[in-house]
Design a protein around this ligand. Sequence first.
Ligand code: KG4
Ligand code: ZN
Length: 398
Amino acid sequence: MTDETSTGSGLILAIESSCDETAAAVVERGSHTLSSVVASQIAIHSRYGGVVPELASREHLRNIVPVVRAALDRAGCTLSNLDAIAVTSGPGLAGALLVGISYAKALAYATGKPLLAVNHIEGHIHAVLLEQRQLSATAAADSISQPMPLPALALVVSGGHTHLYLTRQQGSPRDGGWTYQNVGRTVDDAAGEAFDKVAKLLGLGYPGGPWIDGLAPHGNSKAVAFAFAQVKAKLHRPGQRAAMPRFLFSFSGIKTAVLRYVEVHDLQSSIRARHGALAEITSPLLSDVLPLCDAQTLDLIASFQRAVVGDLKRKTFLAAEVLGAHSILVSGGVAANQELRTRFTAEAAKRGMPVAFPSLALSTDNAAMIAAAAWPKLLAGDFAPANLSADPSLALGR
Ligand code: KG4
Ligand code: ZN
Protein backbone atom coordinates (compact mmCIF):
# COMPACT_ATOMS: atom_id res chain seq x y z
CA MET A 1 0.00 0.00 0.00
CA THR A 2 1.26 3.45 -0.93
CA ASP A 3 1.84 5.69 2.08
CA GLU A 4 0.73 9.30 2.37
CA THR A 5 4.05 10.88 1.45
CA SER A 6 4.18 9.09 -1.90
CA THR A 7 0.74 10.43 -2.83
CA GLY A 8 2.07 14.01 -2.47
CA SER A 9 -0.78 16.45 -1.93
CA GLY A 10 -3.33 13.87 -3.05
CA LEU A 11 -4.55 15.80 -6.10
CA ILE A 12 -6.47 13.72 -8.64
CA LEU A 13 -7.72 15.02 -11.98
CA ALA A 14 -10.70 12.90 -13.05
CA ILE A 15 -12.38 12.66 -16.43
CA GLU A 16 -15.92 11.34 -17.03
CA SER A 17 -17.42 10.82 -20.50
CA SER A 18 -19.56 7.68 -20.21
CA CYS A 19 -22.81 9.13 -21.57
CA ASP A 20 -23.87 12.67 -22.48
CA GLU A 21 -21.86 14.85 -20.09
CA THR A 22 -18.20 15.70 -20.61
CA ALA A 23 -16.85 16.29 -17.12
CA ALA A 24 -13.53 16.94 -15.39
CA ALA A 25 -12.74 17.67 -11.74
CA VAL A 26 -9.82 18.11 -9.40
CA VAL A 27 -10.33 16.62 -5.93
CA GLU A 28 -7.82 16.60 -3.07
CA ARG A 29 -7.45 13.41 -0.99
CA GLY A 30 -10.89 12.17 -2.06
CA SER A 31 -12.63 14.66 0.17
CA HIS A 32 -12.06 18.24 -0.96
CA THR A 33 -13.41 19.31 -4.37
CA LEU A 34 -11.23 22.04 -5.89
CA SER A 35 -13.15 22.15 -9.18
CA SER A 36 -15.92 20.26 -10.96
CA VAL A 37 -16.78 21.19 -14.54
CA VAL A 38 -19.61 19.58 -16.53
CA ALA A 39 -20.40 20.30 -20.19
CA SER A 40 -23.90 18.99 -20.78
CA GLN A 41 -25.04 17.77 -24.20
CA ILE A 42 -28.74 17.91 -23.32
CA ALA A 43 -29.45 20.62 -25.91
CA ILE A 44 -27.94 18.40 -28.65
CA HIS A 45 -29.81 15.19 -27.75
CA SER A 46 -33.14 16.63 -26.60
CA ARG A 47 -34.47 17.09 -30.13
CA TYR A 48 -34.05 13.33 -30.66
CA GLY A 49 -35.72 12.44 -27.35
CA GLY A 50 -32.67 10.49 -26.12
CA VAL A 51 -28.90 10.18 -26.36
CA VAL A 52 -27.57 9.57 -29.89
CA PRO A 53 -24.27 7.68 -29.37
CA GLU A 54 -22.46 9.08 -32.44
CA LEU A 55 -23.37 12.65 -31.53
CA ALA A 56 -22.27 12.03 -27.92
CA SER A 57 -18.77 10.89 -29.04
CA ARG A 58 -18.44 13.88 -31.36
CA GLU A 59 -19.43 16.32 -28.61
CA HIS A 60 -17.03 14.70 -26.11
CA LEU A 61 -14.22 15.19 -28.65
CA ARG A 62 -15.18 18.83 -29.00
CA ASN A 63 -15.46 19.45 -25.24
CA ILE A 64 -12.78 17.34 -23.59
CA VAL A 65 -9.83 19.74 -23.93
CA PRO A 66 -11.64 22.93 -22.78
CA VAL A 67 -13.40 21.07 -19.95
CA VAL A 68 -10.13 19.63 -18.57
CA ARG A 69 -8.42 23.02 -18.92
CA ALA A 70 -11.29 24.72 -17.07
CA ALA A 71 -11.10 22.13 -14.26
CA LEU A 72 -7.35 22.71 -13.82
CA ASP A 73 -7.72 26.52 -14.01
CA ARG A 74 -10.57 26.63 -11.48
CA ALA A 75 -8.59 24.37 -9.13
CA GLY A 76 -5.60 26.73 -9.53
CA CYS A 77 -3.28 23.92 -10.51
CA THR A 78 -1.33 22.61 -13.47
CA LEU A 79 -0.79 19.07 -14.74
CA SER A 80 2.54 18.93 -12.90
CA ASN A 81 0.79 19.47 -9.51
CA LEU A 82 -1.31 16.32 -9.94
CA ASP A 83 -0.63 12.98 -8.27
CA ALA A 84 -2.76 10.92 -10.64
CA ILE A 85 -5.24 11.00 -13.48
CA ALA A 86 -8.49 9.05 -13.13
CA VAL A 87 -10.99 8.13 -15.79
CA THR A 88 -14.32 6.30 -16.10
CA SER A 89 -13.63 3.01 -17.92
CA GLY A 90 -17.26 1.74 -17.98
CA PRO A 91 -20.12 1.03 -18.04
CA GLY A 92 -21.43 3.41 -20.69
CA LEU A 93 -21.39 4.12 -24.41
CA ALA A 94 -18.25 2.63 -25.98
CA GLY A 95 -17.43 5.58 -28.24
CA ALA A 96 -18.13 8.11 -25.51
CA LEU A 97 -16.00 6.26 -22.94
CA LEU A 98 -13.13 5.97 -25.42
CA VAL A 99 -12.82 9.75 -25.78
CA GLY A 100 -12.22 10.19 -22.04
CA ILE A 101 -10.00 7.12 -21.77
CA SER A 102 -7.79 8.09 -24.74
CA TYR A 103 -7.35 11.62 -23.43
CA ALA A 104 -6.62 10.46 -19.86
CA LYS A 105 -4.09 7.92 -21.14
CA ALA A 106 -2.36 10.56 -23.25
CA LEU A 107 -2.18 12.94 -20.26
CA ALA A 108 -0.86 10.19 -17.98
CA TYR A 109 1.75 9.15 -20.55
CA ALA A 110 2.87 12.73 -21.27
CA THR A 111 3.16 13.68 -17.59
CA GLY A 112 4.36 10.34 -16.20
CA LYS A 113 1.48 10.34 -13.66
CA PRO A 114 -0.32 7.12 -12.73
CA LEU A 115 -3.63 6.33 -14.40
CA LEU A 116 -6.60 5.09 -12.33
CA ALA A 117 -9.65 3.38 -13.88
CA VAL A 118 -13.00 3.93 -12.15
CA ASN A 119 -16.34 2.16 -12.59
CA HIS A 120 -19.05 4.77 -13.26
CA ILE A 121 -21.46 3.14 -10.77
CA GLU A 122 -18.79 3.16 -8.08
CA GLY A 123 -18.38 6.86 -8.88
CA HIS A 124 -22.08 7.50 -8.17
CA ILE A 125 -21.74 5.82 -4.75
CA HIS A 126 -18.70 7.98 -3.98
CA ALA A 127 -20.61 11.17 -4.88
CA VAL A 128 -22.52 10.66 -1.61
CA LEU A 129 -19.45 9.57 0.35
CA LEU A 130 -17.41 12.54 -0.92
CA GLU A 131 -20.01 15.02 0.29
CA GLN A 132 -20.50 13.20 3.59
CA ARG A 133 -16.72 13.41 4.16
CA GLN A 134 -16.81 17.12 3.31
CA LEU A 135 -19.69 17.67 5.72
CA SER A 136 -18.06 15.74 8.52
CA ALA A 137 -14.77 17.60 7.97
CA THR A 138 -16.47 20.99 8.28
CA ALA A 139 -18.55 19.82 11.23
CA ALA A 140 -15.65 18.05 12.95
CA ALA A 141 -15.04 20.99 15.26
CA ASP A 142 -18.55 20.83 16.71
CA SER A 143 -19.08 17.13 15.90
CA ILE A 144 -22.56 17.77 14.45
CA SER A 145 -22.16 15.43 11.53
CA GLN A 146 -20.73 11.92 11.36
CA PRO A 147 -19.90 9.98 8.18
CA MET A 148 -22.39 7.27 7.23
CA PRO A 149 -22.28 4.09 9.34
CA LEU A 150 -21.26 0.97 7.41
CA PRO A 151 -22.20 -1.40 5.90
CA ALA A 152 -24.35 0.94 3.83
CA LEU A 153 -26.96 -0.09 1.30
CA ALA A 154 -26.34 1.98 -1.85
CA LEU A 155 -29.20 2.51 -4.31
CA VAL A 156 -27.73 3.68 -7.62
CA VAL A 157 -30.67 4.89 -9.66
CA SER A 158 -30.04 6.63 -12.97
CA GLY A 159 -30.84 6.51 -16.68
CA GLY A 160 -28.73 3.39 -17.14
CA HIS A 161 -28.86 1.71 -13.72
CA THR A 162 -31.10 0.64 -10.90
CA HIS A 163 -28.83 -1.33 -8.61
CA LEU A 164 -28.53 -2.09 -4.92
CA TYR A 165 -25.08 -2.69 -3.39
CA LEU A 166 -24.13 -3.63 0.13
CA THR A 167 -21.14 -1.35 0.55
CA ARG A 168 -18.32 -1.92 3.03
CA GLN A 169 -14.86 -0.52 3.69
CA GLN A 170 -11.95 -2.79 4.43
CA GLY A 171 -8.86 -1.73 6.32
CA SER A 172 -8.56 1.56 8.17
CA PRO A 173 -11.26 4.13 7.48
CA ARG A 174 -8.64 6.49 5.98
CA ASP A 175 -7.20 4.26 3.33
CA GLY A 176 -9.21 1.06 3.15
CA GLY A 177 -10.54 -0.32 -0.11
CA TRP A 178 -14.27 -0.37 -0.72
CA THR A 179 -16.19 -3.54 -1.53
CA TYR A 180 -19.58 -3.73 -3.21
CA GLN A 181 -21.90 -6.70 -3.11
CA ASN A 182 -24.63 -6.51 -5.73
CA VAL A 183 -27.88 -7.42 -3.96
CA GLY A 184 -30.45 -5.97 -6.35
CA ARG A 185 -31.02 -4.75 -9.89
CA THR A 186 -33.64 -4.05 -12.50
CA VAL A 187 -34.60 -6.93 -14.76
CA ASP A 188 -35.51 -4.56 -17.63
CA ASP A 189 -35.56 -0.74 -17.77
CA ALA A 190 -33.67 1.46 -15.32
CA ALA A 191 -35.88 3.82 -13.27
CA GLY A 192 -34.44 6.90 -15.03
CA GLU A 193 -35.14 5.25 -18.37
CA ALA A 194 -38.81 4.87 -17.31
CA PHE A 195 -38.93 8.59 -16.41
CA ASP A 196 -37.40 9.44 -19.81
CA LYS A 197 -39.68 7.12 -21.81
CA VAL A 198 -42.88 8.24 -20.04
CA ALA A 199 -41.91 11.90 -20.51
CA LYS A 200 -41.31 11.28 -24.22
CA LEU A 201 -44.62 9.43 -24.49
CA LEU A 202 -46.38 12.46 -22.98
CA GLY A 203 -44.69 14.93 -25.36
CA LEU A 204 -42.33 16.36 -22.75
CA GLY A 205 -38.61 17.08 -23.18
CA TYR A 206 -35.45 15.04 -22.63
CA PRO A 207 -34.25 14.09 -20.08
CA GLY A 208 -37.69 13.35 -18.72
CA GLY A 209 -36.93 13.04 -14.99
CA PRO A 210 -36.67 16.76 -14.23
CA TRP A 211 -39.93 17.50 -16.15
CA ILE A 212 -41.88 14.80 -14.35
CA ASP A 213 -40.36 15.92 -11.03
CA GLY A 214 -41.43 19.52 -11.69
CA LEU A 215 -44.95 18.68 -12.95
CA ALA A 216 -45.90 15.93 -10.46
CA PRO A 217 -46.72 18.26 -7.52
CA HIS A 218 -49.42 19.85 -9.74
CA GLY A 219 -51.35 16.59 -10.14
CA ASN A 220 -53.24 14.17 -7.90
CA SER A 221 -50.88 11.26 -7.24
CA LYS A 222 -53.75 9.01 -6.16
CA ALA A 223 -55.77 9.48 -9.37
CA VAL A 224 -54.32 6.53 -11.32
CA ALA A 225 -53.52 3.23 -9.62
CA PHE A 226 -50.33 1.57 -10.89
CA ALA A 227 -49.43 -1.85 -9.58
CA PHE A 228 -45.91 -3.24 -9.51
CA ALA A 229 -45.49 -6.94 -10.15
CA GLN A 230 -43.43 -8.65 -7.47
CA VAL A 231 -40.41 -9.95 -9.37
CA LYS A 232 -39.34 -13.25 -7.87
CA ALA A 233 -35.61 -13.63 -7.44
CA LYS A 234 -33.91 -16.97 -7.97
CA LEU A 235 -32.03 -17.37 -4.75
CA HIS A 236 -30.01 -20.46 -5.58
CA ARG A 237 -30.18 -23.71 -7.51
CA PRO A 238 -30.69 -27.00 -5.63
CA GLY A 239 -27.37 -28.21 -4.30
CA GLN A 240 -25.82 -24.73 -4.42
CA ARG A 241 -24.85 -22.73 -1.34
CA ALA A 242 -27.62 -20.32 -0.30
CA ALA A 243 -26.97 -17.05 -2.09
CA MET A 244 -27.51 -13.52 -0.85
CA PRO A 245 -31.18 -12.50 -1.12
CA ARG A 246 -31.74 -10.49 -4.33
CA PHE A 247 -34.10 -7.57 -4.71
CA LEU A 248 -35.36 -7.14 -8.25
CA PHE A 249 -36.98 -4.11 -9.86
CA SER A 250 -38.95 -3.92 -13.11
CA PHE A 251 -39.95 -0.63 -14.73
CA SER A 252 -41.01 -1.62 -18.24
CA GLY A 253 -44.54 -2.61 -17.14
CA ILE A 254 -45.42 0.82 -15.76
CA LYS A 255 -44.28 2.45 -19.01
CA THR A 256 -46.71 0.18 -20.93
CA ALA A 257 -49.45 0.95 -18.39
CA VAL A 258 -48.96 4.69 -19.03
CA LEU A 259 -49.16 4.05 -22.79
CA ARG A 260 -52.39 2.09 -22.33
CA TYR A 261 -53.85 4.90 -20.18
CA VAL A 262 -52.99 7.41 -22.94
CA GLU A 263 -54.75 5.26 -25.56
CA VAL A 264 -57.83 4.46 -23.48
CA HIS A 265 -58.29 8.12 -22.46
CA ASP A 266 -57.58 9.52 -25.95
CA LEU A 267 -54.72 11.76 -24.87
CA GLN A 268 -52.78 11.48 -28.17
CA SER A 269 -53.96 14.73 -29.78
CA SER A 270 -53.17 16.82 -26.69
CA ILE A 271 -49.73 15.12 -26.53
CA ARG A 272 -49.06 16.04 -30.17
CA ALA A 273 -50.12 19.63 -29.51
CA ARG A 274 -47.83 19.83 -26.45
CA HIS A 275 -44.90 18.34 -28.31
CA GLY A 276 -45.40 20.80 -31.19
CA ALA A 277 -45.69 23.80 -28.88
CA LEU A 278 -42.54 22.83 -26.93
CA ALA A 279 -40.57 22.32 -30.15
CA GLU A 280 -41.08 26.05 -30.83
CA ILE A 281 -39.38 27.06 -27.54
CA THR A 282 -35.55 26.91 -27.44
CA SER A 283 -35.07 26.15 -23.73
CA PRO A 284 -38.53 25.62 -22.23
CA LEU A 285 -39.07 26.24 -18.52
CA LEU A 286 -41.57 24.58 -16.20
CA SER A 287 -43.72 27.72 -16.50
CA ASP A 288 -43.88 27.10 -20.29
CA VAL A 289 -44.79 23.42 -19.92
CA LEU A 290 -47.34 23.62 -17.09
CA PRO A 291 -50.05 25.50 -19.06
CA LEU A 292 -49.68 22.90 -21.84
CA CYS A 293 -50.68 20.04 -19.48
CA ASP A 294 -54.36 19.34 -18.68
CA ALA A 295 -55.43 18.06 -15.25
CA GLN A 296 -55.71 14.44 -16.43
CA THR A 297 -52.12 14.45 -17.73
CA LEU A 298 -50.84 16.04 -14.51
CA ASP A 299 -52.68 13.37 -12.48
CA LEU A 300 -51.10 10.66 -14.66
CA ILE A 301 -47.62 12.16 -14.15
CA ALA A 302 -48.09 12.49 -10.38
CA SER A 303 -49.41 8.91 -10.10
CA PHE A 304 -46.52 7.52 -12.19
CA GLN A 305 -43.89 9.24 -10.04
CA ARG A 306 -45.58 8.19 -6.80
CA ALA A 307 -45.63 4.56 -7.98
CA VAL A 308 -41.97 4.49 -9.09
CA VAL A 309 -40.70 6.25 -5.96
CA GLY A 310 -42.87 3.98 -3.78
CA ASP A 311 -41.42 0.84 -5.37
CA LEU A 312 -37.81 2.11 -5.02
CA LYS A 313 -38.47 3.03 -1.39
CA ARG A 314 -40.18 -0.23 -0.44
CA LYS A 315 -37.51 -2.52 -1.88
CA THR A 316 -34.55 -0.41 -0.72
CA PHE A 317 -35.70 -0.27 2.90
CA LEU A 318 -36.67 -3.94 2.87
CA ALA A 319 -33.20 -4.85 1.52
CA ALA A 320 -31.51 -2.65 4.15
CA GLU A 321 -33.50 -4.39 6.89
CA VAL A 322 -32.97 -7.95 5.62
CA LEU A 323 -29.24 -7.42 4.96
CA GLY A 324 -28.53 -5.56 8.20
CA ALA A 325 -27.32 -2.31 6.57
CA HIS A 326 -26.63 0.56 8.97
CA SER A 327 -27.36 3.36 6.52
CA ILE A 328 -28.73 4.05 3.02
CA LEU A 329 -26.94 5.98 0.26
CA VAL A 330 -29.01 7.08 -2.75
CA SER A 331 -27.20 8.30 -5.85
CA GLY A 332 -27.50 8.68 -9.63
CA GLY A 333 -29.64 11.09 -11.66
CA VAL A 334 -32.98 9.95 -10.19
CA ALA A 335 -31.63 10.78 -6.69
CA ALA A 336 -32.27 14.40 -7.71
CA ASN A 337 -36.03 13.69 -7.57
CA GLN A 338 -37.75 15.77 -4.88
CA GLU A 339 -40.48 13.24 -4.03
CA LEU A 340 -37.87 10.49 -3.75
CA ARG A 341 -35.80 12.59 -1.34
CA THR A 342 -38.82 13.54 0.77
CA ARG A 343 -40.22 10.01 1.04
CA PHE A 344 -36.86 8.30 1.64
CA THR A 345 -36.02 10.90 4.30
CA ALA A 346 -39.38 10.39 6.04
CA GLU A 347 -39.10 6.58 5.96
CA ALA A 348 -35.51 6.73 7.23
CA ALA A 349 -36.56 8.99 10.12
CA LYS A 350 -39.38 6.57 10.99
CA ARG A 351 -36.93 3.67 11.10
CA GLY A 352 -34.04 5.56 12.70
CA MET A 353 -31.88 4.67 9.68
CA PRO A 354 -29.48 7.36 8.39
CA VAL A 355 -29.97 8.17 4.68
CA ALA A 356 -27.84 10.44 2.47
CA PHE A 357 -28.14 11.87 -1.05
CA PRO A 358 -25.62 13.84 -3.07
CA SER A 359 -26.26 17.54 -3.72
CA LEU A 360 -28.28 18.03 -6.92
CA ALA A 361 -25.09 18.86 -8.87
CA LEU A 362 -23.44 15.59 -7.83
CA SER A 363 -26.57 13.44 -8.36
CA THR A 364 -26.22 13.48 -12.15
CA ASP A 365 -23.00 12.61 -13.99
CA ASN A 366 -19.90 14.51 -12.92
CA ALA A 367 -16.17 13.88 -12.51
CA ALA A 368 -15.76 14.83 -8.82
CA MET A 369 -17.36 11.47 -7.95
CA ILE A 370 -14.84 9.69 -10.20
CA ALA A 371 -11.93 11.44 -8.46
CA ALA A 372 -13.38 10.50 -5.04
CA ALA A 373 -13.71 6.83 -6.03
CA ALA A 374 -10.15 6.92 -7.42
CA TRP A 375 -8.55 8.12 -4.17
CA PRO A 376 -8.57 4.72 -2.35
CA LYS A 377 -7.17 3.16 -5.55
CA LEU A 378 -4.28 5.64 -5.54
CA LEU A 379 -3.57 4.84 -1.89
CA ALA A 380 -3.65 1.13 -2.68
CA GLY A 381 -1.45 1.50 -5.79
CA ASP A 382 -4.28 -0.01 -7.84
CA PHE A 383 -3.24 1.49 -11.18
CA ALA A 384 -4.82 0.95 -14.60
CA PRO A 385 -2.91 -1.09 -17.19
CA ALA A 386 -1.28 0.73 -20.11
CA ASN A 387 -3.73 -0.98 -22.48
CA LEU A 388 -6.84 0.21 -20.59
CA SER A 389 -9.86 0.25 -22.87
CA ALA A 390 -13.58 0.99 -22.60
CA ASP A 391 -15.80 -1.68 -21.10
CA PRO A 392 -19.41 -0.68 -21.98
CA SER A 393 -20.91 -3.37 -19.73
CA LEU A 394 -18.44 -3.21 -16.85
CA ALA A 395 -20.05 -4.68 -13.72
CA LEU A 396 -19.45 -3.55 -10.14
CA GLY A 397 -18.80 -5.94 -7.29
CA ARG A 398 -19.81 -9.55 -7.02
O1 KG4 B 1 -26.73 9.65 -13.47
P1 KG4 B 1 -27.21 10.27 -14.74
O2 KG4 B 1 -26.86 11.72 -14.99
O3 KG4 B 1 -26.74 9.46 -15.99
C1 KG4 B 1 -26.71 8.06 -16.04
O4 KG4 B 1 -25.73 7.47 -15.52
O5 KG4 B 1 -27.72 7.53 -16.53
O6 KG4 B 1 -28.82 10.08 -14.73
C2 KG4 B 1 -29.64 10.57 -15.75
C3 KG4 B 1 -31.04 10.08 -15.47
C4 KG4 B 1 -32.05 10.41 -16.57
O7 KG4 B 1 -32.81 9.26 -16.83
C5 KG4 B 1 -32.90 11.52 -15.98
O8 KG4 B 1 -34.22 11.56 -16.48
C6 KG4 B 1 -32.88 11.16 -14.52
O9 KG4 B 1 -31.56 10.71 -14.28
N1 KG4 B 1 -33.16 12.33 -13.67
C7 KG4 B 1 -34.25 12.42 -12.87
C8 KG4 B 1 -34.19 13.69 -12.27
N2 KG4 B 1 -33.06 14.35 -12.73
C9 KG4 B 1 -32.45 13.48 -13.59
N3 KG4 B 1 -35.23 11.54 -12.61
C10 KG4 B 1 -36.20 11.92 -11.75
N4 KG4 B 1 -36.22 13.14 -11.16
C11 KG4 B 1 -35.25 14.05 -11.39
N5 KG4 B 1 -35.27 15.24 -10.79
ZN1 ZN C 1 -24.47 8.12 -14.20
